[in-house]
Design a binder for this molecule. Structure first.
Ligand SMILES: [Zn+2]
Length: 115
């Protein structure tokens, strides 16, 4: 799911409006219509709870909080949207380095390892 609209688009840009729609659909799939939700607009920053209609309006007018790409305050598990292409494979590099130093140790000639 592409969420680059959150930090790339400006309010009232068609891409942004489609993005807000995507967010509201996400909210509707996880909350009841009369549930109040945290508002992720740039003024409330998830610190205020509002009705869904108010939140939608806030996001349109104030913009969507730029770092809020993983919707953990709206029922999304952290990391749910991450995929291989977006994430630098840090763990792979880390394991690769460990493996290399391990292999270097193993391949040292026996005469280097005398005690
Ligand atoms: Zn707000």
């Amino acid at each position: 799911m592409d969420r680059s609209w959150i930090y790339k688009s400006l309010p009232f840009d068609p891409v942004y409006i489609a993005g807000v729609d995507q967010f509201m659909q996400h909210v509707r799939s996880r909350f009841r219509a009369d549930d109040k939700i945290k508002c992720p607009c740039r003024q409330c920053l998830n610190r205020k709870e509002k009705s869904q209609a108010d939140v939608e309006e806030d996001i349109y007018i104030n913009g969507f909080c730029r770092w809020y790409t993983s919707w953990i305050h709206h029922g999304e598990v952290d990391g749910e949207i991450q995929d291989e292409n977006e994430q630098p494979p840090l763990m792979k590099i880390f394991y690769g380095m460990k493996m290399t130093s391990y292999m270097m140790k193993m391949s040292s000639p026996p005469f280097m390892m005398k005690d």
